[in-house]
Design a protein around this ligand. Structure first.
Ligand code: S5P
Length: 256
């Protein structure tokens, strides 16, 4: 398999290039989902795990004390620790509406998030709408091709369509949220949520698989870990452990 370093040279997408380089420099293919509802918790966790991650994933709309100043604080942290910011907005509307949701409103996502994501349910207009806003700012988009939750409607046919839509818009789409590698294009990055140390589930339909299963066997690129790290008694130590496990799988893949 190609190294991330080689893949950086096989894509023209500015965010994918930057991500591959950060991954190689930091030896990290770990994205942490910090689903905090207070901004101090978000910032303090980001500060603790910053050195271990290539991407910080946020749900900005769950914060109870959001102020626009947070955008700058997140940007500062991302520069200091060299990680990218991913707002997990999961856009799902017609092109015109999502372009407004992405650019305007309170959160101004396009202003600070290097990447965001969208469902493909509405068809390619959603990509066009987000692209109008994000491409001039040098942003990137991930498409949700498969979901981790039990009973998800993202079957093989749906995932195939998502990949086709993504590959037809590679000037803005840089990858997928999926449970396995779906696209053979070296520039497409696969992010996989639903990761913990052991297989299992939560009380609300989330399903977990392991780092080894996602990266070694299903050949995805970046693991997304939330409560496995943020709920640990020492989140920095947990992040270190997930990072090295995921990196070890990647290096094994890259050698094969
Ligand atoms: O299919 C998905 C897609 C996403 S982006 N399943 C997911 O769980 N996610 C997100 O990943 C979810 O919104 C959450 O922020 C994170 C998983 O968190 P965890 O605590 O279950 O690891």
């Amino acid at each position: 398999m190609l190294s991330y370093f080689k893949r950086a040279n096989l894509t023209l997408h500015p965010v994918a290039q930057k991500l591959f380089k950060v991954m190689e420099q930091k030896q990290s293919n770990l994205c942490v989902a910090i689903d905090a509802t207070k901004k101090d918790d978000l910032l303090s966790l980001a500060e603790q795990i910053g050195p271990e991650i290539c991407v910080l994933k946020t749900h900005i709309d769950i914060l109870e004390d959001y102020t626009p100043k947070l955008n700058d604080e997140l940007k500062r942290l991302s520069h200091r620790h060299q990680f990218l910011l991913f707002e997990d907005r999961k856009f799902a509307d017609i092109g015109n509406t999502v372009s407004l949701q992405y650019e305007k409103g309170i959160y101004r996502i396009a202003e600070w998030a290097d990447l965001t994501n969208a469902h493909v349910l509405p068809g390619p207009g959603i990509i066009e709408g987000l692209k109008q806003v994000g491409k001039p700012l040098g942003r990137g988009l991930l498409l949700l091709a498969e979901m981790s939750s039990a009973g998800a409607m993202t079957d093989a046919q749906y995932a195939k369509k998502a990949v086709e839509m993504g590959e037809a818009h590679m000037d803005f789409v840089m990858g997928f949220i999926s449970q396995k590698k779906l696209s053979e294009h070296p520039g497409m990055v696969h992010f996989t949520p639903g990761i913990q140390l052991h297989e299992g589930k939560d009380a609300l339909g989330q399903r977990y698989t392991t780092v080894e299963d996602a990266i070694c066997r299903r050949k995805t690129d970046v693991i997304i870990v939330g409560r496995g790290i943020t709920g640990a008694s020492d989140p920095a130590a947990a992040a270190k452990m997930y990072r090295s496990a995921a990196w070890e799988c990647y290096t094994k893949n890259a050698l094969s």
